[in-house]
Ligand binder design. Structure first.
Ligand code: KG4
Ligand code: ZN
Length: 346
């Protein structure tokens, strides 16, 4: 078992490294460095080639800084966890190659981690007592999945988005509202001063576990087109959109809790930074289910969550070897699909 574990994450536009130190069997976060690539703000979205180049420049200083902040020299690191996918292939490759080099040079165990499994483990860093079974909702810029988690490492897919991911919907609506990238935080800020006055659709409410956000996005498009003055309506449109998304997420979680009989729900991914979501989800479940959400810096892309998921796998005896490769469409290890709900791989 690794006592000092280095985590590395470069799947999209954050270069991140973290050190996890295990003391008496409990993994504690010793440092976390996240370098967000601001360059993409100019373009209103992530430019893959620029992301790869920025990772290449940043990876060494970011890892050095994480080790310094944790107070451990490189030769004290005895395990490495790295995001192997899904994500942007060029961006992933930077982290994977760097991690492989460190593993080979120091003869250290290496484990490739699935990015979404990382998001799922993030709350376990803040809540050491968190244990399955629970319902999990992972809402990020690229994915929206609802899971039944009977134990760590085993995940039953209940539902997924049929079109846009929740975070993607926030980003696209932010563009319609002429806000910057990423859209989620900007919409949340605006919504705080607005009123849920627009009657936007709540797609697929009470209809199974799947999500769909593209119709809601189109409804916002029409509202923006017809509102007369975007300047005057922006806050109310943002508040109404955010409220519609949250209603849908609360509804699907309620269905999943009902279906599984569990009394805990874990929310992860960038959209879990949304305070209104956390507060309303907790209110809706008050008295019958515990709602677990990590602190914000652990919800958006970061290496601490990758280290925590890697720690679990290393403890299970799993190792990657030098054939580990970046896989932009990496299947989620341990994910089971209900063959009736998901007859073919998606
Ligand atoms: O998990 P993440 O950092 O990256 C991916 O794996 O995709 O998620 C990024 C997404 C973006 O779409 C961003 O707009 C959204 O999370 N997000 C938010 C908030 N903060 C970030 N969405 C809603 N409210 C927020 N406060
Ligand atoms: Zn992510």
């Amino acid at each position: 078992m690794s006592d000092v574990l280095l985590g590395i994450e470069t799947s999209c536009d954050e270069t991140s490294a973290a050190v996890l130190i295990t003391d008496r069997g409990v993994p504690e976060l010793a440092s976390l460095v996240i370098l967000s690539q601001d360059i993409h703000k100019i373009f209103g979205g992530v430019v893959p080639e620029l992301a790869s180049r920025a990772h290449l420049k940043a990876i060494q200083p970011v890892v050095d800084r994480a080790l310094t902040e944790a107070g451990v020299p490189l030769n004290a690191v005895d395990g490495i966890a790295v995001t192997a996918g899904p994500g942007l292939v060029g961006a992933l490759l930077v982290g994977v190659c760097y991690a492989k080099a460190l593993a080979a040079a120091g003869n250290r165990p290496l484990v490739g981690v699935h990015h979404l499994e990382g998001h799922l483990f993030a709350p376990a860093l803040d809540y050491a007592d968190l244990k399955p079974p629970f319902v999990a909702l992972v809402v990020s810029g690229g994915h929206t999945v609802l899971l039944d988690v009977p134990e760590w490492g085993r995940y039953r897919l209940l539902g997924a988005t049929r079109d846009d991911a929740a975070g993607e919907a926030f980003d696209k609506v932010a563009k319609l509202l002429e806000l910057g990238y990423p859209g989620g935080p900007a919409i949340e800020r605006l919504a705080a001063g607005g009123t849920d006055r627009y009657d936007f659709p709540r797609p697929m409410l009470n209809r199974g576990f799947d999500f769909s956000f593209s119709g809601l996005k189109t409804a916002v498009l029409y509202a923006v087109r017809d509102c007369g003055s975007l300047e005057n309506e922006r806050q109310d449109i943002a508040a109404s959109f955010q409220s519609a998304v949250i209603d849908v997420l609360i509804n699907k979680v309620a269905l999943a809790l009902d279906h599984t009989g569990y009394s805990t729900v874990v929310i992860g991914g960038g959209v879990a930074c949304n305070r209104e979501l956390a507060v309303r989800m907790a209110d809706a479940n008050a008295g019958h289910a515990r709602v677990v959400v990590a602190q914000s810096r652990l919800n958006t892309d970061n290496a601490a969550m990758i280290a925590r998921a890697g720690w679990f796998h290393l403890r299970q005896g799993r190792r990657s070897n030098m054939t580990l490769d970046a896989d932009p469409r990496m299947p989620w290890p341990g994910l089971e699909r209900d063959p009736e709900m998901y007859p073919s791989p998606r």
